[in-house]
Design a protein around this ligand. Sequence first.
Ligand SMILES: C[S@@+](CC[C@H](N)C(=O)[O-])C[C@H]1O[C@@H](n2cnc3c(N)ncnc32)[C@H](O)[C@@H]1O
Length: 408
Amino acid sequence: MEEPDCPEGSVPDRGGERRTASLPLPAAFLEFLSENGLDPAVYSMAATIPRYIRLKPGMESKIAEIEAELKCALDKVLWLPGFYAIPPEIQIAGSKAYQQGKIYGIDAASGAAILALDVRPGNHVLDLCAAPGAKLCMLADTLGTTGSLTGVDVAKHRLAACRTMLQKYSLGDRTRLFVADGTLFSLLPVNSRMQRMEGSIGVEENGSIFPEWTSRRSWKDRQKTRKANANGQQHLLAASEPELIYYGKHSGLVGQCKSDVFCPSVDDEACTSGYDKVLVDAECTHDGSIKHIQKFEFWGWKSLDRRVLDAERTENLLQLQLHLLTNGFKLLKTGGSLVYSTCSLTVAQNECVVQQFLSTHPSADLQKINLADNWPCRSGGIPKTLRFDPAVSQTSGLFVAKFCKLPT
Ligand SMILES: C[S@@+](CC[C@H](N)C(=O)[O-])C[C@H]1O[C@@H](n2cnc3c(N)ncnc32)[C@H](O)[C@@H]1O
């Protein structure tokens, strides 16, 4: 395999080839781009890269109506079913089509990452960094009326936004959402596990059984939240035990014993009863998301330093990405597929993470994404990996790698 030039900590400077972007990018960010060999000119494209929407399946007959409401043409993305490009200045959040759940705002590159996962009806799917949930919704739509979807995120308030989205688009039926650290999460898909535990369903002696979902919380839960709020910890990251904040009617939980559902997987159990498909859309510096970087004009460039560039955070981020990928792979069934993606354009957060992961996981087989032959992306630094470069793809920046789990 051709090896990418992986930095230890940072990538060599390309030598001051800085162009002025139309955004007043702060010196520290320009430095970050330079250290990672990235061209700041890409951030001047925010005004020309389209915004993308995805039509909820079955809404094709409403296109003319949606065009009239948004006052723009929906330009079909030929390489990505169900996706349409609209001018970047069009805001969809205030539209009825959006509020009524006929359209989603999701970048085309994100849509491609989901297609790469090749979700099939009946699959048990895990989204290990699910919030705020655009990809989760597309996964739920793709799954249809069989299988299950498990969404995990470490940030409770962000995962709560996923729950709102799922409910808005009526996609929560087969989904369960856990606030948990994705590097430690170890719960297997419930349907898959229960099939092997036939006879034990609903016969808990000391514990309790999941009733149908209700947003009303127990007294114990409310006490916990009250305590966290009092300590100013309402956005506290996940504790060691996963917290279930939503489950759908057909997620497989209703009628199951709580202790069975919260039973962590042991040894190689996931190889036979794990997830068929895993998405690790890892936390990253978001530098490839032009529209995200643009928002710092309003949030203040100072917070960019804190949220994106802090050296210690970046170093920890590389470890976090590797650990998320490693744990996602651990929870995958033999023969299953995993997609690792980030919206960073740096080599360190993409090819280097993939290379380090492959070097310690002989059962991980990096796969060619066949559909990508028609996509406006290029090969990443490691053959078979993909890079969406905003300048070429006219999408947000995204790195995508797909792995299959081989038998050991
Ligand atoms: C790039 S965003 C994911 C975007 C999401 N897939 C979507 O399409 O909307 C990364 C997410 O990872 C979450 N995250 C960060 N550290 C995590 C961890 N240790 N375990 C699980 N999630 C984590 C963040 O809270 C954030 O919501």
